[in-house]
Design a protein around this ligand. Sequence first.
Ligand SMILES: [Zn+2]
Length: 158
Amino acid sequence: MSNESSMRRVTAIRNGTVIDHIPAGGALRVLDLLGLRDGASVPVSLVMNVPSKKLGSKDIIKVEDRELTGDELARLALVAASASVAIIRAYTVAEKREISLGDEVVNVVRCTFSNCITQHPREPLPHRLRVVDRAEVHLRCHYCGRPQDLDALVKNVI
Ligand SMILES: [Zn+2]
């Protein structure tokens, strides 16, 4: 299936953001991370399990009247590093934004362990998680060394 025909599955939007190439099943995590699942103030459309040459199958999210910020792209990298992001203005792709997962994720999410030093209110430290495995997205806290569960992490967005 061509990129064009898969994009047509999502009704054209006038202004906003299209997040394509999300690994199938990952769309709900993306919505959680971006705060679009509960109490979203803009229309959000979701298409799941679309056939994809690159991924086998994929999810697509369309957010109207909102352009993702750099901070939001950093969050997105945690759960969908393969995603491609297009900013839509006046029904056309105005910008494509790159996302990437580096060696460390700083001040994006908090360590999920309640006794970690980063939870101590008198010790304001940057929230640093090391990327141990980029493909599988395994993260460990820089301070306590504990592995992070992605489903728990998405609730710890800073
Ligand atoms: Zn920790």
